[in-house]
Design a protein. Structure first.
Length: 229
Protein backbone atom coordinates (compact mmCIF):
# COMPACT_ATOMS: atom_id res chain seq x y z
CA UNK A 1 0.00 0.00 0.00
CA UNK A 2 2.80 2.41 0.91
CA UNK A 3 4.77 1.68 -2.26
CA UNK A 4 1.70 2.12 -4.46
CA UNK A 5 1.81 5.86 -3.70
CA UNK A 6 5.05 6.09 -5.72
CA UNK A 7 4.16 3.97 -8.74
CA UNK A 8 3.92 7.04 -11.01
CA UNK A 9 7.57 8.05 -10.54
CA UNK A 10 9.40 5.21 -8.74
CA UNK A 11 13.03 5.66 -7.65
CA UNK A 12 15.84 3.25 -6.94
CA UNK A 13 14.94 3.05 -3.23
CA UNK A 14 11.42 1.96 -4.12
CA UNK A 15 12.80 -0.83 -6.32
CA UNK A 16 14.93 -2.04 -3.43
CA UNK A 17 11.83 -2.21 -1.24
CA UNK A 18 9.95 -4.16 -3.91
CA UNK A 19 12.77 -6.71 -3.97
CA UNK A 20 12.39 -7.18 -0.22
CA UNK A 21 8.65 -7.75 -0.66
CA UNK A 22 9.30 -10.39 -3.32
CA UNK A 23 11.83 -12.04 -1.05
CA UNK A 24 9.26 -12.17 1.73
CA UNK A 25 6.59 -13.62 -0.56
CA UNK A 26 8.97 -16.31 -1.80
CA UNK A 27 9.40 -17.49 1.81
CA UNK A 28 5.63 -17.54 2.38
CA UNK A 29 4.67 -19.55 -0.71
CA UNK A 30 3.31 -22.38 1.47
CA UNK A 31 0.89 -20.07 3.28
CA UNK A 32 -2.77 -20.50 2.47
CA UNK A 33 -6.19 -19.44 3.70
CA UNK A 34 -8.21 -22.51 4.68
CA UNK A 35 -12.00 -22.54 4.69
CA UNK A 36 -12.91 -23.14 8.34
CA UNK A 37 -16.62 -23.40 9.07
CA UNK A 38 -16.30 -23.85 12.85
CA UNK A 39 -17.42 -20.87 14.91
CA UNK A 40 -14.75 -18.93 16.81
CA UNK A 41 -14.44 -19.51 20.55
CA UNK A 42 -15.18 -16.17 22.22
CA UNK A 43 -15.97 -17.59 25.65
CA UNK A 44 -12.93 -15.88 27.19
CA UNK A 45 -14.14 -12.43 26.07
CA UNK A 46 -16.53 -10.85 28.60
CA UNK A 47 -19.70 -9.57 26.93
CA UNK A 48 -20.84 -6.20 28.29
CA UNK A 49 -24.62 -5.78 28.13
CA UNK A 50 -25.31 -2.05 28.53
CA UNK A 51 -28.68 -0.36 28.84
CA UNK A 52 -29.14 2.22 26.09
CA UNK A 53 -32.77 3.04 26.98
CA UNK A 54 -31.85 6.30 28.69
CA UNK A 55 -29.62 7.60 25.91
CA UNK A 56 -30.22 9.29 22.58
CA UNK A 57 -29.94 5.84 20.93
CA UNK A 58 -32.91 4.35 22.81
CA UNK A 59 -34.99 3.45 19.74
CA UNK A 60 -32.07 2.33 17.57
CA UNK A 61 -32.51 -0.97 15.76
CA UNK A 62 -30.68 -2.79 13.00
CA UNK A 63 -32.27 -2.15 9.60
CA UNK A 64 -33.10 -5.64 8.32
CA UNK A 65 -34.32 -5.65 4.68
CA UNK A 66 -37.89 -6.82 4.24
CA UNK A 67 -37.14 -8.30 0.81
CA UNK A 68 -34.33 -10.56 2.06
CA UNK A 69 -34.95 -14.27 1.34
CA UNK A 70 -35.62 -16.72 4.15
CA UNK A 71 -32.30 -17.82 5.72
CA UNK A 72 -31.13 -21.39 5.32
CA UNK A 73 -28.36 -23.54 6.69
CA UNK A 74 -26.19 -23.12 9.76
CA UNK A 75 -25.77 -19.69 11.33
CA UNK A 76 -22.52 -17.82 10.70
CA UNK A 77 -20.58 -15.66 13.13
CA UNK A 78 -18.88 -12.49 11.90
CA UNK A 79 -15.75 -11.30 13.73
CA UNK A 80 -13.89 -8.12 12.84
CA UNK A 81 -10.70 -6.54 14.15
CA UNK A 82 -9.27 -3.11 13.44
CA UNK A 83 -6.23 -1.00 14.15
CA UNK A 84 -4.83 2.37 13.10
CA UNK A 85 -1.25 3.59 12.77
CA UNK A 86 -0.83 7.29 13.51
CA UNK A 87 1.17 9.29 10.93
CA UNK A 88 1.88 6.24 8.80
CA UNK A 89 2.68 8.41 5.78
CA UNK A 90 5.55 10.71 6.72
CA UNK A 91 4.97 12.87 3.64
CA UNK A 92 1.32 13.77 4.21
CA UNK A 93 1.03 12.93 7.92
CA UNK A 94 -2.01 10.73 7.29
CA UNK A 95 -2.76 7.65 9.35
CA UNK A 96 -3.58 4.22 7.97
CA UNK A 97 -6.42 1.94 9.06
CA UNK A 98 -6.17 -1.85 8.92
CA UNK A 99 -9.36 -3.93 9.05
CA UNK A 100 -9.86 -7.71 8.99
CA UNK A 101 -13.22 -9.49 8.67
CA UNK A 102 -13.71 -13.18 9.43
CA UNK A 103 -16.69 -15.39 8.67
CA UNK A 104 -16.59 -18.03 11.39
CA UNK A 105 -12.83 -18.78 11.47
CA UNK A 106 -12.15 -17.92 7.81
CA UNK A 107 -10.68 -14.53 6.79
CA UNK A 108 -12.89 -13.29 3.97
CA UNK A 109 -12.01 -9.60 3.62
CA UNK A 110 -9.14 -7.38 4.70
CA UNK A 111 -8.09 -3.91 3.67
CA UNK A 112 -5.74 -1.14 4.62
CA UNK A 113 -5.76 2.39 3.28
CA UNK A 114 -4.70 5.90 4.15
CA UNK A 115 -7.34 7.93 5.93
CA UNK A 116 -8.64 11.00 4.14
CA UNK A 117 -7.99 13.31 7.10
CA UNK A 118 -4.83 14.13 9.06
CA UNK A 119 -5.27 13.22 12.73
CA UNK A 120 -3.03 14.63 15.43
CA UNK A 121 -3.68 11.94 18.05
CA UNK A 122 -4.05 8.17 18.09
CA UNK A 123 -7.58 8.52 19.49
CA UNK A 124 -8.70 10.44 16.39
CA UNK A 125 -7.19 7.99 13.91
CA UNK A 126 -8.67 5.01 15.81
CA UNK A 127 -12.12 6.67 15.84
CA UNK A 128 -11.99 7.12 12.08
CA UNK A 129 -10.98 3.46 11.73
CA UNK A 130 -13.93 2.35 13.88
CA UNK A 131 -16.36 4.26 11.69
CA UNK A 132 -14.87 2.70 8.55
CA UNK A 133 -15.15 -0.88 9.80
CA UNK A 134 -18.65 -0.22 11.19
CA UNK A 135 -19.88 0.73 7.73
CA UNK A 136 -18.16 -2.34 6.27
CA UNK A 137 -19.75 -4.61 8.89
CA UNK A 138 -23.22 -3.25 8.11
CA UNK A 139 -22.68 -3.90 4.38
CA UNK A 140 -21.33 -7.39 5.09
CA UNK A 141 -24.27 -8.36 7.28
CA UNK A 142 -26.68 -7.08 4.63
CA UNK A 143 -24.92 -9.13 1.93
CA UNK A 144 -25.05 -12.28 4.09
CA UNK A 145 -28.78 -11.90 4.62
CA UNK A 146 -29.38 -11.58 0.88
CA UNK A 147 -27.26 -14.74 0.43
CA UNK A 148 -29.69 -16.52 2.80
CA UNK A 149 -27.05 -16.97 5.50
CA UNK A 150 -28.38 -16.78 9.09
CA UNK A 151 -26.28 -14.19 10.96
CA UNK A 152 -25.54 -15.30 14.51
CA UNK A 153 -26.00 -12.33 16.84
CA UNK A 154 -24.01 -9.09 16.77
CA UNK A 155 -20.62 -8.92 15.08
CA UNK A 156 -17.77 -9.32 17.55
CA UNK A 157 -15.39 -6.38 17.05
CA UNK A 158 -11.89 -6.38 18.55
CA UNK A 159 -9.60 -3.39 18.97
CA UNK A 160 -6.52 -2.62 21.04
CA UNK A 161 -7.24 1.03 21.94
CA UNK A 162 -9.07 0.91 25.24
CA UNK A 163 -10.15 4.57 25.17
CA UNK A 164 -11.89 4.16 21.82
CA UNK A 165 -13.53 0.90 22.91
CA UNK A 166 -14.89 2.43 26.12
CA UNK A 167 -16.18 5.54 24.37
CA UNK A 168 -18.11 3.34 21.94
CA UNK A 169 -19.42 0.70 24.35
CA UNK A 170 -20.37 2.71 27.45
CA UNK A 171 -23.68 4.62 27.12
CA UNK A 172 -22.78 7.47 29.49
CA UNK A 173 -19.46 8.36 27.84
CA UNK A 174 -19.14 11.80 26.26
CA UNK A 175 -17.28 13.11 23.24
CA UNK A 176 -15.38 16.34 23.79
CA UNK A 177 -13.48 16.27 20.49
CA UNK A 178 -15.94 17.69 17.99
CA UNK A 179 -13.83 16.82 14.93
CA UNK A 180 -14.34 13.09 15.53
CA UNK A 181 -17.93 13.36 16.78
CA UNK A 182 -19.49 11.95 13.59
CA UNK A 183 -17.35 8.81 13.75
CA UNK A 184 -18.11 8.54 17.46
CA UNK A 185 -21.90 8.65 16.99
CA UNK A 186 -21.83 6.33 13.97
CA UNK A 187 -20.15 3.57 15.97
CA UNK A 188 -22.31 4.05 19.08
CA UNK A 189 -25.43 3.88 16.90
CA UNK A 190 -24.33 0.43 15.68
CA UNK A 191 -23.54 -0.73 19.23
CA UNK A 192 -26.93 0.39 20.55
CA UNK A 193 -28.71 -1.28 17.62
CA UNK A 194 -27.07 -4.60 18.42
CA UNK A 195 -25.16 -4.71 15.14
CA UNK A 196 -21.71 -4.88 16.77
CA UNK A 197 -20.17 -5.63 20.16
CA UNK A 198 -16.83 -3.90 20.70
CA UNK A 199 -14.19 -5.38 22.98
CA UNK A 200 -10.63 -4.55 23.94
CA UNK A 201 -7.78 -6.98 23.31
CA UNK A 202 -4.04 -6.69 23.72
CA UNK A 203 -2.15 -5.27 20.75
CA UNK A 204 -0.04 -8.42 20.40
CA UNK A 205 -3.22 -10.49 19.93
CA UNK A 206 -4.86 -8.13 17.44
CA UNK A 207 -4.58 -9.61 13.92
CA UNK A 208 -5.30 -6.21 12.35
CA UNK A 209 -1.91 -5.04 13.65
CA UNK A 210 -0.36 -7.04 10.80
CA UNK A 211 -2.16 -4.80 8.30
CA UNK A 212 -1.72 -1.36 9.79
CA UNK A 213 1.93 -1.07 10.76
CA UNK A 214 5.44 -1.82 9.50
CA UNK A 215 6.60 -5.08 11.05
CA UNK A 216 9.31 -7.65 10.63
CA UNK A 217 8.15 -11.27 10.35
CA UNK A 218 9.16 -12.45 13.87
CA UNK A 219 7.06 -9.67 15.44
CA UNK A 220 3.81 -10.70 13.70
CA UNK A 221 4.35 -14.43 13.29
CA UNK A 222 2.09 -15.38 16.22
CA UNK A 223 -0.74 -13.25 14.81
CA UNK A 224 -0.34 -14.53 11.24
CA UNK A 225 0.05 -18.21 12.04
CA UNK A 226 -3.62 -19.00 12.84
CA UNK A 227 -4.77 -17.13 9.73
CA UNK A 228 -2.42 -18.57 7.09
CA UNK A 229 -1.14 -21.85 8.50
Amino acid sequence: MTLSCFRAVPRQGHLDRVKKIHGYLSKMHHATITIRTDAPDCSNIPVKMCDWEHSCYADTKEAIPLDAPKPKGKPVTVTSSFDANLCHDLISGKSVAGILHQLNNTPIDWNLKLQSTVETATFGSECVATRTFTEQVIDLRLALRHLRAPVNGPTMVLGDNESVINSAAIPHSKMHKRWVALSYHRVRHAVAAGIINVHHIAGKKNPADVLSEHWDLPSVWNAMKPLLF
